[in-house]
Design a protein around this ligand. Sequence first.
Ligand SMILES: *Cc1c(COP(=O)(O)O)cnc(C)c1O
Length: 366
Amino acid sequence: MVPLLDLRAQYRQLQNEVDAAVHRVLESSEFIGGRESECLERELAGYLGVTDVVTVNSGTDALVLSLKALGVGSGDEVIVPSFTFFATAAAVSLAGATPKFADCAPDSYNVDISALQKAKGQHTKAVIVVHLFGEPVDLSPIQKWCTEHGLWLIEDAAQAIGARYADQSVGSVGDIGAFSFYPTKNLGAFGDGGAIACRDPAIARCLRQLRNHGRAGRYEHQVIGCNSRLDEIQAAILRAKLPFLDTWNERRRRLAARYQRGLQGTVCRWQTANVQATPVYHQFVIRHPQRDALQAFLTTHGIATAVFYSIPCHLQPALAESHGEVSLQHAERLSEEVLALPIYPELTEEAVDHVTGLVHLFEQQR
Ligand SMILES: *Cc1c(COP(=O)(O)O)cnc(C)c1O
């Protein structure tokens, strides 16, 4: 049996550090807004190379509050990729704005400049790019284009913490970077969590108010905010895990390279990396013309797989109103062909070889 992900294996490896972190918080009995989240914000800012990090309750809130802090809301349009996790698009609606969907490139699975140009309208105020599956978007041309057109650039780096683009951390290049610490992400909490990286202290101040009931003083509320604070237990656990992140990501890259070698000679294709980028393989996602049959075959042989994403956002019922009649051919095609294979730092080389061997066997039998 090969699972898609094994969180218990990671806990076993770090049990002493994690248990000590949790106990530290229990003893302090400071559960919200204390030393752990302050330290985590500083450590993450150092790690990412930004002036400010604001921790929040989830990656979704990181996106919603980012849009609000940038003044994007009712009447505004925000370009988002259609081929992404639903939260990217939903965040735009939750902020009161309208998502406009861009198609993706068939090789990188990410948006490129031509897709953004097509999606841009009169009311476009911002672009959210997604570093999908940990593969950095080609940011330079997009950043230049956003600057030329006066658009905010938000990086949804929920799947890409630790990935680099042209020697910068993803999430530190655009105006704002949003991260998620959902347990399955490359840096996962033991519950929900998220963070926002920014380079403008005024925006950081606004974000700190927004996540805490719009508070300016103890009982003075400047704006209508929400309750989106990262709790101290999650912050302490994330601090214990952060020093291991680069090693885990390096391991993911080695496993991905092994998949790529092992899949040579099959009809599988996989996400291509930008030359300026160091990806972190949150998922290793192949394309296969007989995706459903391959998935069934692997399931029979005890290999867990998943389809990210079977419905592109522009075809989601919840967003039907905002997208109208768009058709995005690459996103639609990808949703029929993609299959995520198991990848996580504790996965063995033997397991990867076993999976790639089964893919060859599947193709021989057809
Ligand atoms: C996980 C994820 C989010 C949302 O993060 P949560 O912490 O689950 O709210 C947003 N965008 C992408 C691309 C994600 O993968």
